[in-house]
Ligand binder design. Structure first.
Ligand SMILES: [Cu+2]
Ligand SMILES: [Zn+2]
Length: 208
């Protein structure tokens, strides 16, 4: 009796084990299939404006405003498109900053997003912040539209840019190759900021 019960329990445990194993395998296979089929593209959008107001529901201020859209199409490619107006002619530094905190306007958005502790650079450089998108170029009316495809900017995973901010600067980003003679002083910090000057528009990156 005792022996038979032990055998029965052993048999049941074994069956349950097989069932769980099969279910787990099916679930795992299903997950892999689903993630390959449905993961990309991932899309996000960011409305930029002075002080980042639209992101907090406030009044839109005059000045540099526009939309930046993100579309991650694979594990290592994200297309970033922008349509921005009123920022002034010429080049303007264009970055992802660490925070979407606009409690003190664009100033409170923190530094360039830099999870790998690199120095500032151009989008095509090995040594660059993840947030370094180079410059956008305003036409004679101060408007700019275009796109770039980046390998480091992601909308998924631990280094996702979702919930961070896009920043447009008043001046040209020197891409880390300019004056770095006064680290810590705004305007001579090429390897930190690109000397891109004032923050004229910002906004939060949100999943679309
Ligand atoms: Cu910036
Ligand atoms: Zn940077």
């Amino acid at each position: 009796m005792t022996r038979s019960l032990v055998i029965q329990i052993a048999a049941m445990t074994s069956k349950v084990g097989v069932l769980f194993g099969a279910a787990a395998a099916a679930a795992a296979a299903g997950y892999v299939y689903m993630s390959k089929a449905a993961k990309y593209p991932i899309k996000a959008i960011c409305e930029v404006a002075p002080k980042g107001q639209p992101c907090h529901g406030g009044e839109k201020a005059p000045g540099c405003v526009g939309t930046v859209t993100f579309e991650q199409t694979s594990a290592d490619a994200t297309k970033i498109s922008w349509d921005i107006r009123g920022c002034g002619p010429g080049e303007h530094g264009f970055h992802i900053h660490e925070f979407a905190d606009f409690s003190n306007g664009c100033l409170s958005a923190g530094p360039h997003f830099n999870p790998f502790k690199k120095t500032h650079g151009a989008p095509e450089d090995e040594e660059r912040h993840v947030g370094d998108m180079g410059n956008i170029v305003g036409d004679s009316r101060g408007n700019s539209s275009g796109f770039l495809v980046d390998r480091l900017i992601k909308l998924e995973g631990v280094n996702s840019v979702v919930g961070r901010s896009v920043m447009v600067h008043e001046d040209r980003d020197d891409l880390g190759k300019g004056d770095h003679s006064e680290p810590g002083v705004n305007g001579k910090t090429s390897k930190t900021t690109g000397n891109a000057g004032a923050r004229i528009a910002c906004g939060e990156i949100k999943l679309a």
